[in-house]
Design a protein around this ligand. Structure first.
Ligand code: SF4
Ligand code: SF4
Length: 252
């Protein structure tokens, strides 16, 4: 036992006080736009190579514009590696949650960034109970699990995972929500007392990700339930998940 304590002390692992700390050097996050000018449709490499059709390159009056749907992006970094002009780069931010689907669509010319509600007046401001429904590969579920470890410790923010929708204020949905899960997910939602909140956690839950428009009709949770917040990433970082939940806790 002493050996174990000695090992843990040596690692220096402690609950992180650095809220939404950036990703460590070399860790791949979501892409972002830089100030470097895109080469336009004559290049189009990012659009061609993106495996989830998250990028669209257009030109207007000879000026290139690139739109990027962070809600479809799986963070593979292919566009970052492919872009010859450096217009697209790795984003090391973990504060990426958004209130609306539209806010996840960013453009190289307007540089719109994701936004979220920050008014601290919500009815769930002090605590919130969350029920998780997984419809996917479970990577997002592992990151939700990591939110409860000693480093992120989301209980300190009043966020508790509960086993039954009867006790839940918020429904965290992961995975692309295939047709086979529609009925179960709707039943879970209907079992929750109002006011109830739905958060799409991860790219699959937002848009279907790589499963989009496939035969399983797995196109994300907002096709069958009203969604209140979106947390992009494949999977999202624990800080992104905690921040996304805290944003809805602050809402009226
Ligand atoms: S990082 Fe996202 S936008 Fe870029 S190629 Fe991969 S999926 Fe597409
Ligand atoms: S963003 Fe980069 S890869 Fe995409 S079209 Fe412009 S120059 Fe080419």
């Amino acid at each position: 036992m002493l050996k174990l304590f000695g090992y843990l002390l040596k690692q220096g692992v402690a609950t992180s006080g650095d809220y939404c700390a950036p990703l460590a050097e070399g860790v791949i996050g979501l892409p972002k736009f830089t100030d470097e000018v895109c080469a336009g449709t004559s290049c189009g490499a990012c659009q061609t190579e993106c495996p989830t059709q998250a990028i669209n390159v257009t030109e207007s009056d000879g000026k290139p514009d690139v739109t990027l749907d962070l809600g479809s992006c799986i963070g593979c970094a292919v566009c970052v590696r492919t872009c010859p002009t450096g217009t697209i780069a790795n984003d090391n931010r973990t504060k990426v949650a958004s209130d609306t689907r539209l806010d996840l669509i960013v453009s190289s010319t307007s540089k719109r960034t994701t936004s979220s509600n920050t008014t601290p007046q919500g009815i769930f401001e002090r605590s919130i109970a969350a029920r998780v429904v997984s419809t996917g590969c479970s990577a997002c579920d592992l990151e939700i699990g990591a939110c409860n470890n000693a480093i992120f410790d989301m209980e300190r923010f009043g966020i508790h995972i509960v086993a039954s929708p009867r006790f839940a204020d918020v429904l965290l949905v992961t995975g692309p929500v295939p047709k086979a899960m529609h009925s179960a997910l709707k039943s879970c939602y209907e079992a929750m007392a109002e006011p109830r909140i739905v958060i799409a956690v991860g790219t699959c839950a937002i848009s279907g990700g790589v499963h989009k428009n496939g035969y399983t009709e797995a196109n994300g949770v907002d096709k069958i339930l009203p969604v209140d917040a979106y947390i992009p990433g494949c999977p999202p970082h624990p800080w992104s998940i905690i921040d996304g939940i805290r944003n809805v806790m602050k809402r009226k």
